[in-house]
Design a protein around this ligand. Structure first.
Ligand SMILES: Cc1ncc(COP(=O)(O)O)c(C=O)c1O
Length: 396
């Protein structure tokens, strides 16, 4: 797709690039998947996380693009996401990684989705109450809480819950496939603290596996599949990540960690058209609260994008955008549908020209991390916060 300014009068009322849009590079997404593969070697399976609409980029298109790289499964967070993905007809296993509300457990199992249990007793309770029957088919993993604290079974009590689970599964059609844990600090700003936390979690996970393995063997149960690494885990600790059976990258695939590894590529750009250009005199006021007042003649350039599209309002008077490959500041308060930038240094601007709010324009680049730092959040929230009003325009 071209990001050239449109010719005057060439507008199409239904063009997805008429106002503002998210440009997503399918080839960069695939390239990032291959980079993950090359960092890890052929051993571990790669399970792309496509939850939250593939981090805001569009699940169906992300799945279509990544399928060409032969992933080993897909990761989502909710039953609805899993059902949406299942409807795409892919053959790879779909796992729901967040704990499910009790009423979603049975439909998820019956739909052939892999469930992640934090509380194995809850499954046994549903069997005991008859809500699940021994004939209910289904596959699940157990999450182990090695320190994330938001989900997962207690590793200190592994012998108790695992023995109860193995006993309760006898004579049922349910299959316990594996165990996993989640790293909380692999991307810690302080590498020493990150190292200590990752190794402590890995050690706890290994101890849990050491307790589980003999129990499983005694019950004649196949070896459990095991994994722990997210993006930061596999980028910073590839040997550790590859010593388990799978990895679960999300943000790395979507270009959120391009600064960490030079083999990774930008995937996402947010573009907005210029909708007005005006020359103002000193004293002119701008935006809600009139927080910007021109002190000299200025060229104000209005972009058709605002916080209603997911551009954080906290970038008001702080953020920058790219106009013709050059950084220009955001002036005054961002409003719901419009944002004004200073175009004084950019000659001959006309409505229709394309500005880049996030992403690349020639050599210049505004990364998701940069926007997130200014907005006081993380790049994950910038991507997942991109609103439904922005068409996702996929390019090769
Ligand atoms: C269980 C689990 N695994 C993997 C991921 C992927 O994380 P990241 O996007 O940091 O790679 C997530 C996302 O938060 C997750 O919840």
């Amino acid at each position: 797709m071209s990001t050239e300014p449109r010719a005057p009068n060439a507008s199409h009322p239904r063009s997805p690039t008429a106002r503002a849009w998210v440009e997503v590079s399918a080839s960069a997404l695939r390239s990032n998947f291959r980079r993950v593969r090359s960092l890890l070697g052929p051993g571990p399976e790669i399970i792309p996380m496509v939850k939250a609409d593939a981090y805001g980029l569009g699940m169906a298109r992300a799945v279509e693009a990544l399928s060409e790289e032969h992933p080993d499964g897909w990761g989502v967070a909710t039953l609805d996401e899993a059902l949406e993905l299942k409807a795409l007809g892919r053959a790879e296993p779909i796992q729901i990684y967040s704990p499910l509300p009790p009423e979603d457990l049975k439909p998820a199992l019956e739909a052939g989705l892999i469930v992640s249990l934090s509380d194995p007793q809850a499954l046994l309770d549903q069997l005991a109450s008859g809500h699940l029957t021994p004939a209910t088919p289904g596959t699940f993993d157990v999450e182990i809480d090695t320190g994330m604290g938001r989900a997962g079974a207690d590793p200190e009590k592994v012998e108790v819950w695992a023995a109860a689970l193995l006993e309760g599964l006898k004579g049922t059609a349910l299959h316990w496939r594996g165990v996993f844990t989640h790293l909380h600090s692999a991307d810690h700003d302080d590498p020493a603290r990150g190292d200590a936390a990752v190794h402590a979690q890995a050690e706890r996970f290994r101890q849990t596996l050491a307790a589980l393995d003999p129990l499983m063997a005694a019950a004649g149960h196949p070896r459990l599949r095991r994994h722990l690494a997210n993006s930061a885990g596999l980028l910073r600790y590839p040997h550790l990540a590859a010593s388990f059976d799978a990895v679960r990258p999300g943000i790395t695939l979507y270009g959120g960690t391009t600064g960490v590894d030079e083999g990774l590529k930008d995937v996402v750009a947010v573009r907005a058209r210029v909708i007005r250009v005006t020359e103002v005199e000193p004293g002119a006021t701008l935006g809600y609260g009139a927080t910007h007042v021109a002190t000299a003649p200025e060229r104000w350039v209005t972009l058709g994008i605002g916080y209603g599209d997911g551009l954080p309002r906290s970038l008001s008077s702080r953020g920058e955008v790219l106009l013709r490959g050059r950084r220009v500041p955001i002036l005054g308060r961002i409003s719901m549908d419009m944002t004004v930038v200073l175009g004084t240094a950019v000659p001959d601007l006309e409505p229709g020209e394309v500005a880049t709010v996030l992403g690349w324009d020639g050599e210049a680049r505004i990364s998701p991390e940069e926007v997130a730092a200014l907005a006081g959040t993380i790049h994950y929230e910038i991507l997942t916060g991109l609103g439904p009003r922005l068409p996702r325009v996929w390019t090769e």
